[in-house]
Design a protein around this ligand. Structure first.
Ligand SMILES: [Zn+2]
Length: 393
């Protein structure tokens, strides 16, 4: 009578060496080669970091490419330890590998023990096409595109700066776009706030922006905050975002944002515009200066451009907002030299860009200190806003 399948497996397991996941972890750190013998779908759903993939069905034909050295210490694993035991037997008995083990319990036990698992991600066919021009750029590629899809960017304001930034960050595939704005679309906005349209006058800007963004790219999740930022809500609003794109139009909130972002160590891409002039910088807490390092005190109220309506060439926030989007993307994919410790000045009439080096202030009231020591009460300490603007006349 022929032996049963379970009997054969039992016999084979007695002829090979089996090793516990804890020992596998130690051996992997010592240079053992891990080989995952499961099917492709199983491997793609999650595998041990650094493991090579040789499905059991291709073991004989592919193992030499994956592990050319027959004296190498090879540890095979599968889902439960059975397929890898059979594969270990094949390597040892038929292919002449001299130092082969099979991991007991497979990746199931490995996961139960709480050890690391790599879940490789792939772009869908549609995403490969949508982002094909990113994939062709070595600095972005699949890896950078996945970083963008995983990224959370918060836009403060869906106005002149926030509009172009929203359009291009959405097109680039930034996975989550938070938008803070408590205003409604007004006819006078449309000269520059290109995320909105004439038929949406009177609609909340966050809703209008969401409509445009999702029409451009359904990959983007929009999180709407139809609120005015103040000391009571800023921490909970910005927490969890990777980058803040600051399109704020007033100094008090800008100081508040600075203090909160330093506390939470979130980089802020900041821009300001007036007339034909724009300026831009990246404030990366503790890496470069913060906003208060540059502007310790707000400007005199009569010079502050934040209290009433100011003229601006409509295209200027477009230029500056896109430079913000560019810096945000560089921070996310970790490429290039971000504008940290530098202030970029754009003079549209003169058609000049000037970069000024800016340093951290060792006496800065905020970023010279341990972030945990900054209290709620100290954040955004600034003259009363209404009084500030009243003084401006
Ligand atoms: Zn500072």
């Amino acid at each position: 009578m022929s032996p049963s399948g379970p009997d054969v497996i039992k016999q084979i397991r007695s002829q090979i060496d089996e090793v516990d996941p804890a020992e596998v972890q130690r051996q992997a750190a010592n240079g053992a080669v891990l080989v995952d013998v499961r099917e492709t779908e199983e491997f793609e759903a999650g595998h041990i970091p650094g493991a090579k993939h040789v499905p059991r069905g291709y073991l004989e034909s592919r193992i030499e490419t994956a592990v050319p050295d027959r004296d190498a210490h090879v540890i095979l694993y599968c889902a439960s330890g059975q397929r890898s035991a059979l594969a270990a037997h094949t390597l040892q008995e038929l292919l002449g590998y001299r130092n082969v083990e099979s991991m007991t319990g497979g990746i199931t036990l490995w996961k139960d023990r709480g050890y690391d698992v790599d879940v490789p991600r792939t772009l869908s066919r549609e995403q490969r096409e949508r982002y094909s021009r990113h994939l062709l750029v070595p600095e972005v590629g699949v890896e950078g595109q996945q970083k963008l899809l995983d990224a959370k960017v918060l836009l403060l304001g869906a106005g002149g700066l926030g509009s172009p930034a929203a359009l291009y960050l959405a097109a680039a595939g930034v996975g989550t776009l938070g938008i803070v704005d408590n205003d409604e679309v007004d006819l006078s906005n449309l000269q520059r706030q290109v995320v909105h349209t004439t038929d949406r006058i009177g609609v909340p800007k966050v809703d209008s922006a969401e409509e445009t963004v999702t029409a451009i790219n359904p990959d983007v999740k929009v999180v709407k905050y139809p609120v005015r930022l103040d000391a009571s809500n800023i921490m909970e609003t910005i927490e969890g975002y990777d980058v803040v794109v600051d399109g704020l139009d007033n100094f008090p909130t800008r100081y508040l944002l600075n203090d909160a972002s330093v506390r939470l160590r979130i980089p802020v891409v900041s821009a300001a515009i007036l007339g034909f002039d724009g300026q831009l910088s990246v404030f990366a807490p503790y890496e470069g200066p913060c906003y208060r390092c540059l502007f310790r005190e707000p400007p005199p109220a009569e010079l502050a451009p934040s209290c009433g309506a100011n003229g601006v060439l409509g295209v200027l926030p477009g230029v500056m907002g896109l430079l913000q989007a560019t810096e945000a993307i560089k921070l996310i994919i970790g490429q290039g030299d971000p504008l940290i410790g530098r202030l970029l000045l754009y003079d549209a009439l003169g058609a000049t860009f000037t970069t000024v080096k800016v340093n951290r202030d060792p006496e800065c009231p905020i970023c010279s200190r341990d972030p945990d020591s900054i209290s709620d009460e100290e954040m955004g300490v600034f003259p009363d806003y209404e009084a500030f603007c009243a003084a401006a006349g």
